[in-house]
Design a protein around this ligand. Sequence first.
Ligand code: UTP
Length: 463
Amino acid sequence: MTHEELAAQLTDAGQSQVLAFWDELSAAQQSSLLAQLEAVDFELINQLVQGEDAAPDWAALAAKAEPPRAIRLDSTGNEFSPDEAIARGEQALRDGQLGLILVAGGQGTRLGFDHPKGMFPLGPVSKRTLFQILIERLRAVANRYGVSIPMYLMTSPATHDETIAFLDQHDRFGLKEDELQIFCQGVMPAIDARTGKLLLAERDSLALSPDGHGGTLAALVKEGCMADAQKRNIEHLFYCHIDNPLAQICDPKLIGYHLLANSDMTSQAVKKRAADEKVGNVVTIGGVTQIIEYIDLPPQYGQQKQGDGSLKLWAGNIGVHTFRRSFLEQAASQKDSLPFHRALKAVLHVDFAGTEVTPASENAIKFERFIFDLLPLAQNAIVVEVNAGDAFAPVKNADGDPTDTPATAKAAMLARDAKLLCDAGATITDGVGVEVSPLWALDSLEAATKCPRAKITEATYFG
Ligand code: UTP
């Protein structure tokens, strides 16, 4: 596209302000700005600015929300038994039907760590990074079932190059070269919240940010991962986030329930500890499974109780799902299968006088897609309840915050691993930290074969 064509398109879209510094830019700067602008879908931006994607009436939906179809830990109403599920899931793993999608494209702003979150040294004794922790779990599962499980790792422009360099430097933490495919998600421009105009981060670049974990869907196809999975006869993809060190990667039980239910999308969930807990609520409305974010759930509905005093809308989303591959392919082929959510954020930018602006309050709207919005499209969707202590310890906030910090995640890892060792017959002196690599033992039965009745008196990493 020439500059003239671009200028005409921007004028039509009412966005010509982004060329304010064009004449001052070098040829290289001009071509990089041109490339950014060519990637923008102005029709979509216009629709979003005009609010044609207006948010649903959450209060009306919440009034009709019921608990989702689920496999509960207390077995009430369960359609399948854990033994059946494990057997079915193990068979699928042995047959090489599984792949992993790990998403690590977020900017990690709340954590305030200067590198991709996967590089955070979280291991409470070992100091293993989140990348190592999760990759070791994947390798341990693959070893157990005697297969190779490919990992599709999503980054964003904010994390891509550093992630590649880091994983190269560490030989992919033991994954073979053909077991890891790193792919980059798309971006969306931020717009000025008052005017709807695109913002410039610099004179020669737009203010862009990753398009949300829902960006996984389009990026998987665009970057060839779905084609690769198909070539390998992978029928189902386990999905989780880089910031959950307890993620039960490729858990046979979850996979088994997914298969027994003939489900397109199966989600792990935890029982919410409080009505206003900051997790998405998995619910069913008129037979359709979907998520109502905590900010969208009016308190009177969140607080509803069942006969036994427990929360009616109990299911907290933890961002762990299993997808049928063909379902992802079909959803990706429809341009609008995932809606955009908008978030009001403070975005640094240069104004059109060329001055750098650090806003004191939220000044811009960012647009993101969320992967869980695939739930309403899924046939036979089902939720599987897990204990948070076994499966969910997100690293979101910096230490000092009361919840979801490196400190709370480390404590959760220590508690889980101490239980694994005690169940294997070990005794641990009070206050002594123990950490277990899944490559050493994936569960207590395996640990029992390695350290029967060990007495652990000092901080130990079993790796
Ligand atoms: P969060 O939504 O919690 O965001 O991501 P974040 O980037 O980790 O942290 P904040 O909000 O900036 O503090 C949940 C998971 O989704 C991934 C993240 O990497 C994390 O694994 N994610 C999020 C993406 O891969 N891309 C995105 O655009 C957003």
